[in-house]
Write a new protein. Sequence first.
Length: 384
Amino acid sequence: MLTMAVGHSDDVDATDAIAAVIAACRVQLGEALPKAGLLVSSFESFDPAIIGAVTAAFPTARIAGVTSAAELSSTVGYREDSITLALFASDDIDIGVGLGEGLATDLEGACRTAVDAALAGVTREPRLCITLANSAACDPAAMLPLIRAMLPPDVTVIGGGSARSELALITPTYQFAGDRITDDGLVLMLFAGPIHHSVAIGTGWKAIGTRGTVTAAEPNLITEIDGRPAIDFIHRYLDETGPASFGNPMAIYEPGFDEPYLRVALRTNEAGAVSIIGSIPIGSAIQLTTATTPDLLDGASGALTRATEAFPDGVKPQAALVFSCMVRKYLLGSRTDQETALTRAALPDLPFAGLYCTGEIGPIAPDTGSRFLNETFVALLLGT
């Protein structure tokens, strides 16, 4: 049996907000003792004291989390400038937590520190790793293979990038575990033992125009498409990069894969190279996309449906986590809360919690390793 207790408050006073969150979780837990907790706060609401308050209230739980652009839950719904806490209690599984610092200067070392700490907290076979990182501090597409290689085989890696609410200012953000807080790190929450899960992603974006081929690229940079500066390809359709182009992200088709993932064109340098978060392989096909608001919401709905259909036979999901994108929040505007409404409609009997990230992590298709994603809705169902 897995119990996930969810507390959520948007009280303007952080002390009052975390007190309400703790009280709500206590009611839902009853006599159960939590093993771990995922604490998420908007950047603007974050106060280090909230970590201490949760740790004092639930001393059996390893607490970890990040800042976010917005938060959602089954208890309150969609909120900005709020705090959420998801506490996990189960006699059947172990949950380990690890934090690594120094992503910008020693990516492999930071990943090794986080993985080793998380593995040290479990005795059963690891099955699922929630990864939350400052995706703007490194090449997150290079981070994922390192984490997968350091973990035992067949561990599902899913998660997102820590965030803040401003599109024009994506750093700093915070990552934390225990009493340690950093703005240059990653947090892992490792579930081990008989934890059943399913995951699905959805975007709603539809490819338009012709495909090009990435002929030169560097970490977090597309240098050339079809042998010319990358911006020449984009200028066939768009006048500029940056927020004005966020409604037309680039679909990336890696060699050998039919399913794409997305990249946002952040800016252009003097040589015509396009900055992105998350490198892409040379030889990938690239194509611009478009979507309406209903398309974006259909993408979220589809992910929830596929995650539900993919859950293992003979078991019922008992909790859900959602990772959506801060750019989706920007594009959906006043309709962002409909992603939460869709989650509630698809999972009416499940507690759920989630956050809006700077990039997401999930598999682009069943039986594929996870990729770093942009502008994507990721649904994770959990049960024992």
